[in-house]
Design a protein around this ligand. Structure first.
Ligand code: NAP
Length: 497
């Protein structure tokens, strides 16, 4: 894969045979209405495939199959070691088809091929393999009762779970949801984002090949506002796991209250602080400040969009960040040299452009970028963009833009850095850069976020939980903690004569 050129990838893309049908009960199948919608390559605006446009009737059918499989225990009652075998085999099959899946993800989401081959597919494989390998090492509990009783505390699967995921990390978020929910024995119905259904559909077929019984996993592409809402209000779905925006997350909680109080776990938006002290390794911090916001075109929930710099170094440091940002040139995602692709669609591009305009009107100083590039491509590419002189009450410092826009602020004391960083409705991630362990640790401990880096950004792997404080959500993806979101605790109390 590593030695492929842009021409090789273009040739492979031309050969791809994409099947956009839904995946229900172990088979690729058309939507019951027969409706399809075009799936567009964001890099070129060209159609990749016609994808099933599922509705309520497809959801009801999938729920019936999922419930039947759960009640029969074809998967839920399987020994954890047997579920492990299937999940590990599934991970192997994804690995065997890595090139094809990475290409699908690149074409569907506009993510650079270097990222889909180097990050997205390996991360999905690792997630599924890790959860599979972990599940037969999870013990339940016996509580410390007196000698006349025995109390068992068991983790049981929720039952039928629906997972609704976004377009920015389609494969990774799908794996983060499917691996622990399936490992714990649930039946699952996944609704991918309308923009990016292809990798989930492909890996679902591989799950069946790996031995996952029919009825346990379904993938229904379709609109969030109708299909997603129907799933979220369904009376026979026990759990909902979601990654997406904070406004939709709030709606999902309401839907749960309006229907059957299904368990709801949310991974939502962010406006993450990246704090740089004068005593840090400034070159490394500057390179990572650019990567933290421009990776995936800024379409990353954990993007380090608020750069909070010690006032004494602001000019020197911002020059270094601008220099580093010049390496984030938008380009064709099929070119292995490309680091940043297009915005996912016209509407997302327009949102970004609107925020750049807002930043200018709010009086921030545009240091770098700010416009559209590669217009002739048919895609919507936005330049990496940097604003300095931002104050934390500006909209560009408070609202999630979800594009390549960095807002730089300054501070003069540790306390002020902490105050600015915490002055946000979000609490997903952040980082602090300092060579003083006391400063670094004091700041890291005080920032109210789910993941904090010290002298790194984007640190973490499958062994640690991932999720947010405040309006960045609840619940946790990844690690053994993810199993909590997909299980109920049940006590059985035994009394001896
Ligand atoms: P979004 O608009 O909230 O959509 C996410 C998913 O929800 C999509 O599948 C969407 O379907 C569906 N949906 C939309 N309206 C719905 C409704 N009323 N009921 C049920 N489902 C509905 O988010 P996005 O624009 O795809 O993704 C970007 C957001 O995700 C950002 O805010 C980002 O920070 C967040 N995110 C968070 C994490 C994390 O782990 N914390 C990770 C990645 C992304 P359609 O596609 O059909 O609209």
């Amino acid at each position: 894969m590593l030695d492929k050129t842009v021409t090789d990838w273009q040739a492979a893309a031309a050969e791809l045979n994409i099947d956009g049908r839904a995946y229900i009960n172990g088979k690729l199948t058309a939507a019951l209405s027969g409706e399809t919608r075009p799936c567009i390559n964001p890099a070129s605006g060209e159609k990749l495939a016609d994808v099933a446009n599922c509705g309520a009737e497809d959801a009801d059918l999938a729920v019936r199959y999922a419930r039947e499989a759960f009640d029969k225990g074809t998967w839920a009652a399987m020994a954890p070691a047997d579920r492990k075998r299937v999940l590990v085999r599934w991970a192997e099959l994804i690995e065997e088809h890595a090139e094809e899946i990475a290409l699908l993800e690149c074409l569907d989401a506009g993510k650079p091929i270097a990222d889909t081959t180097g990050v997205d597919v390996p991360s999905a494989v690792r997630t599924i393999r890790w959860s599979g390998e972990a599940i037969d090492k999870v013990y339940d509990e016996i509580s410390p009762t007196g000698p006349d009783s025995l109390a068992l505390v068991q983790r049981l699967p929720l039952g039928v779970v629906t997972a609704i995921v976004p377009w920015n990390f389609p494969l990774s978020t799908t794996a983060w949801k499917l691996a622990p929910s399936l490992a714990t024995g649930n039946s699952v119905i996944l609704k991918p984002a309308s923009n990016t259904p292809l990798s989930a559909l492909r890996i679902a077929t591989l799950a069946t090949e790996a031995g996952l019984p029919d009825g346990v996993l379904h993938v229904l592409p379709g609109p969030g506002g109708s299909l997603g809402r129907h799933l979220a209000t369904h009376m026979d779905i026990d759990g909902l796991t979601f990654t997406g925006s904070t406004p939709i997350g709030k709606q999902l909680m309401e839907y749960s209250g309006q229907s059957n109080l299904k368990r709801v776990f949310l991974e939502l938006g962010g406006k993450s602080p990246n704090i740089v002290f004068a005593d840090a390794n400034l070159k490394k911090a500057a390179d990572m400040a650019a990567a933290a916001v421009f990776y995936n075109g800024g379409q990353t929930c954990t993007a380090g969009t608020r750069l909070i710099v010690e006032s004494s170094i602001k000019d020197e440091f911002m020059e270094m960040v601008v220099e580093s940002s010049k390496h984030w040139v938008p380009g064709n995602p099929l070119d292995p040299a490309t680091r940043m692709g297009p915005m996912i669609d016209k509407s997302q591009f327009e949102t970004v452009a609107e925020y750049v305009d807002i930043g200018r009107k709010e009086g921030a100083e545009l240091l770098f970028g700010g416009g559209q590039v590669l217009r002739e491509s048919g895609g919507y590419y936005h330049e990496p963009t940097i604003f300095a002189g931002v104050s934390n009450d500006m909209r560009i410092a408070q609202e999630e833009i979800f594009g390549p826009v960095l807002s730089a602020l300054t501070f003069t004391s540790v306390e002020q850095a902490i105050e600015i960083a915490n002055d946000s409705i979000y609490g997903l991630a952040g980082a602090v850069w300092s060579n003083n362990i006391n400063t670094a640790h004091k700041v890291a401990a005080a920032i109210r976020v789910g993941t904090m880096g010290i002298n790194n950004y984007f640190g973490g792997d499958i062994t640690v939980p991932f999720g947010g404080f405040k309006q960045s959500g609840n619940g946790r993806d990844k690690s053994m903690h993810a199993f909590n979101d997909y299980t109920e605790l049940k006590t059985t109390w035994i009394e001896f004569d």
